[in-house]
Ligand binder design. Structure first.
Ligand SMILES: [Mg+2]
Length: 225
């Protein structure tokens, strides 16, 4: 069995909580803005909005999808509103960036967020223009991971050879379709429980697990993995 670094030539990364810790405040801001959006759009108080927000996230994969399906919300408007974030709290991980730059082949961002969010975060973590492609929720026709259709579309769109592609994500559930389409799956265990995740049911689809993506890539680059 050859090492991952030799086998893989397409590296697909989730963004939030995979390449940086969104848990340090970015997600909290998004959740708050979503709550405000739902509250003002449906004309209900913020507490009730939070319940709906959570319900849609669970039932539809994203709050956005629930708002689109049930209330005809314009997705671009929604996404622009909930990503009016203070990005100054996000900074680079230079050790991780060094390891990312050693990987041979194409690098792709695959995010359930929108393009502007990805661009803003990549600028803050000093990886602007590093990725060959950014596949965002709009390109995925607003169908979020872990539904399999956007994975298949991404493979076609970027002409990905699945046997030589690896996907990294902090949500184990998102790696089930990744594995099913033929990617090598790498779970970044960010050390917290995402209420929408199902780690137990996803376990057998995870080729690799790590709590530290920098260390993992360091080992890949050394040929240890
Ligand atoms: Mg993530």
């Amino acid at each position: 069995m050859s090492s991952l670094g030799k086998q893989i030539n397409t590296w697909i990364f989730d963004l939030d909580n995979t390449l940086y810790s969104a848990d340090s405040g970015i997600f909290q801001q998004v959740h708050e803005l979503m709550g405000k959006f739902v509250s003002s759009h449906l004309n209900i108080d913020v507490a009730d909005a939070k319940i709906i927000q959570k319900k849609y996230y669970k039932q539809h994969g994203t709050t956005l999808r629930g708002m689109m399906d049930n209330h005809g919300v314009d997705p671009d408007h929604f996404l622009a509103e909930v990503h009016k974030l203070d990005y100054s709290i996000v900074g680079p991980n230079l050790k991780l960036n060094k390891e990312l730059k050693k990987l041979n082949g194409r690098k792709i961002i695959y995010t359930n967020a929108n393009m502007q969010h990805a661009i803003n975060v990549l600028e803050r973590i000093e990886l602007s223009n590093f990725f060959d492609e950014i596949y965002d929720i709009k390109m995925a026709n607003y169908i979020p991971k872990p539904e399999i259709a956007p994975y298949e579309q991404m493979i076609n769109q970027f002409d990905i050879n699945v046997k030589s592609a690896a996907m990294f994500d902090d949500i184990a559930k998102n790696l089930v379709p990744a594995k099913n389409v033929g990617f090598t799956s790498v779970w970044i265990d960010a050390g917290y429980e995402n209420f929408s995740d199902d780690i137990q049911a996803s376990k057998k689809y995870l080729d690799h697990e790590t709590t530290n993506i920098t260390k993992f890539l360091e080992d890949v680059n050394k040929g240890k993995i």
